[in-house]
Write a protein that binds this ligand. Structure first.
Ligand code: NOJ
Length: 509
C-alpha cells in the first residue's frame, strides 16, 4: 500500500552502500546489514538504485536484463530477504525502473543488430541521409550526437544518453507488454513502488524533425551545464511530443493503484509544469526536478517551486543524489537545510550519507569511471564524487565499507564523521519524526516569503495546526519572528551560527 503520508524516502546507491564480500563493491547483503540504521532514522521507504544485470557503463542505468539481479550484488534470494527485512522494519521498497533505454548488450538490441526485424522495432533505427550523415540534428542529453552508426545494419540508432544506452521504442506494444510483465514480476516479489528514470524523455515525435535552436532563456533552463551542447536546442521534437505525460497512465496501470510512483524530470525547461502534468489523476504520485538541488534549496527557489506547483505533494523534494554533487558542507548549513527540507510539505528523498554530513569529495581523474564526468573533466557534473562509498565507522579500515579495496578511493574526514554521527544523524531522526508526528509532510502551504537569504514559510497540517519556519541561509534579520520557544531549532547544532549566519527554527503558531 502506498503510505498515507508523503513518504520520506532514503536513496540507496547499492554499489556504494556496504560490501560484505570484500569485492570493494556494495551488495544486497550489505544493504540488509545496514537497514536498521535506515529504519532507525524513521524514514518510510527505501529507493534502490538499479540492482539489475548491467555492464555498469552508466553506473547500472544501462541494463541488460530488467528482471534479474546482477550477480555482483547477490541473488534473487538475497533480494527477497531484503524485501522481507525492509517490510519487517516498516519500510516500503521502491525499485528503480529504467524504461527509457537498455544496455547495448541487451539481447533485444543484439538481435536487432543481427537482423531481427521485430526486435529492431524495440528501438529506433533509421537510414542515413544520402550524404551518410545522421537522420536529424538531435543530441543526447549527455551532449554527444544522439545517433550512433552500426555498420552491420548500415543504419543509425537513437540514444538519448550514452551510445551504450539505445533508447527503447516505448510506443511498441511488444515493448509495453514486456515492461508490464517486468513490473508485475517485481510487485509480485513484494516491491511497493517504483522510481522511474527520465520519464520526460520517453517519447519523441515520429516525424523526427530537427529541433530548433534554443532561445537564450531556454538555453539556460535546459537541464545540464550550459557548456553541454544539448542546452543549445529547444527539445520540442525529441522529448515529450503531445501525449508524453499521458504515458504515465500506462505506468500506473502496470504498477497498480496501490504502488507509490515517482519520476525523474530531466527537462529543466518548464520543469514544475511538466511535473504537474505527470502527476495528474491516474498518473504518478510525484516527480522530482533539478530546481531545488541545483540551487541548494535557496529561499528564492523554494518560493518559486511553491508558486509554480499546484501542490507540493506532487513534487519530490531532494538536494543530493548519485547524480548531483553532495550538498553537505560539514557546517551549520547542513542541519538548517535538513530542517527546511523536513518542514517543506511533500515527499522527501534523503540521499545515503547526508545524515552523516558527507561533503562532495575530490577525485583524481584516473580514479573516475563515469563517462559523463570524464566527458567534461574537470568541469562537471561531478556525479562520481557523490558515489564514493559510505563511511560507517570513523576508526575502521575503509570506514567499515569493505574488507577489500573500495571501488572508489575513500578519504572522508574521520573527525567530521564522528561529530556528524553524534549530532547530525540524531537530528535527522528527530526532524523526520516531527515531520510525521506534526503532519508537516501532508500540510498545505499558507504563506511563503523569500527575501535574499531569508525564507519565511507558514504551513497548515491536515488537523488544522499551523507552523511557521524561519530559515536564514547566511544572514539578515527576520522582521517579526514568532514569540515563544520554537518546537525545534537547528541552532543547537550550529556553534558557528553567528559568524556565518545560517539558522533555522520552526514554531507552532
Ligand atoms: C538518470 C540517472 O539517475 C542517471 O544516473 C543516468 O545516467 C541517466 N538517468 C540515464 O539513465
Amino acid at each position: 500500500m502506498a503510505p498515507e503520508s508523503a513518504p520520506a524516502i532514503y536513496q540507496i546507491y547499492p554499489r556504494s552502500f556496504q560490501d560484505t564480500t570484500g569485492s570493494g563493491v556494495g551488495d544486497i547483503q550489505g544493504i540488509i546489514q545496514r537497514l536498521d540504521h535506515v529504519a532507525g532514522l524513521g524514514v518510510d521507504a527505501i529507493w534502490l538504485s538499479p540492482l539489475y544485470v548491467s555492464p555498469w557503463v552508466d553506473g547500472g542505468y544501462d541494463i541488460i536484463d530488467h528482471t534479474a539481479i546482477d550477480p555482483r550484488f547477490g541473488t534473487m534470494a538475497d533480494f527477497d530477504a531484503l524485501v522481507d527485512k525492509a517490510h519487517g522494519l516498516g519500510l516500503q521498497v521502491y525499485m528503480d525502473q529504467v524504461l527509457n533505454h537498455t544496455s547495448d548488450q541487451a539481447p533485444w538490441f543484439q538481435a536487432a543488430i543481427a537482423g531481427d526485424a521485430d526486435k529492431a522495432d524495440y528501438y529506433l533505427w533509421r537510414d542515413p541521409k544520402p550524404d551518410g550523415s545522421p537522420p536529424n540534428n538531435w543530441l543526447a542529453q549527455f551532449g554527444l550526437p544522439a545517433w550512433k552508426w552500426n555498420h552491420k545494419r548500415r543504419q543509425y540508432y537513437f540514444h538519448q544518453f550514452l551510445p551504450e544506452q539505445p533508447s527503447l521504442n516505448l510506443r511498441n506494444p511488444a515493448v509495453q507488454d514486456m515492461i508490464a510483465g517486468q513490473m508485475k514480476g517485481w510487485r509480485d516479489r513484494g516491491v511497493d513502488g517504483f522510481r522511474f528514470d527520465v520519464v520526460t524523455a520517453f517519447l519523441w515525435d515520429e516525424s523526427l524533425k530537427d529541433n530548433p535552436p534554443a532561445t537564450p532563456k531556454v538555453h539556460r533552463k535546459v537541464a545540464g551545464e550550459v557548456f553541454n551542447p544539448y542546452t543549445y536546442q529547444d527539445h520540442v521534437y525529441d522529448m515529450l511530443p503531445g501525449d508524453g505525460a499521458a504515458y504515465a497512465e500506462n505506468l500506473r496501470k502496470w504498477a497498480g493503484d496501490d504502488a507509490y510512483l515517482f519520476g525523474e524530470n530531466t527537462s529543466g525547461n518548464k520543469s514544475i509544469e511538466l511535473a504537474m502534468a505527470f502527476t495528474a489523476p491516474g498518473r504518478l504520485d510525484s516527480v522530482y526536478t533539478t530546481d531545488l538541488p541545483e540551487n541548494r534549496g535557496s529561499p528564492a527557489i523554494v518560493a518559486e517551486v511553491i508558486a509554480r506547483a499546484d501542490s507540493l505533494q506532487r513534487i519530490t523534494g531532494w538536494l543530493s543524489s548519485h547524480d548531483q554533487p553532495r550538498h553537505g558542507r560539514g557546517d551549520a548549513s547542513d542541519p538548517v537545510l535538513a530542517l527546511q527540507m523536513a518542514f517543506l510539505p511533500g515527499p522527501w528523498i534523503i540521499y545515503q550519507g547526508e545524515e552523516y554530513g558527507l561533503r562532495q569529495p575530490d577525485l583524481a581523474q584516473e580514479d573516475v569511471t563515469d563517462p559523463l564526468d570524464l566527458l567534461y573533466w574537470p568541469d562537471g557534473p561531478g556525479r562520481e564524487g557523490a558515489r564514493v562509498p559510505m563511511p560507517w565507522d570513523a576508526v575502521a579500515d575503509s570506514y567499515a565499507f569493505t574488507k577489500g579495496t573500495p571501488w572508489l578511493p575513500m578519504d572522508w574526514d574521520r573527525g567530521d564523521l564522528q561529530r556528524a554521527q553524534a549530532q547530525l544523524a540524531p537530528f535527522y531522526r528527530q526532524i523526520i519524526g516531527l515531520r510525521r508526528d506534526l503532519g508537516w509532510d501532508t500540510a498545505e502551504v499558507v504563506d511563503c516569503t523569500a527575501q535574499d537569504d531569508l525564507l519565511d514559510l507558514t504551513i497548515r497540517a491536515k488537523d488544522g495546526r499551523s507552523f511557521r519556519g524561519l530559515f536564514s541561509h547566511g544572514g539578515g534579520d527576520f522582521a517579526d519572528p514568532p514569540q515563544g520557544n520554537p518546537i525545534v531549532t537547528a541552532d543547537a547544532l550550529c556553534p558557528t551560527l553567528a559568524p556565518d549566519g545560517w539558522c533555522g527554527a520552526v514554531w507552532s503558531v
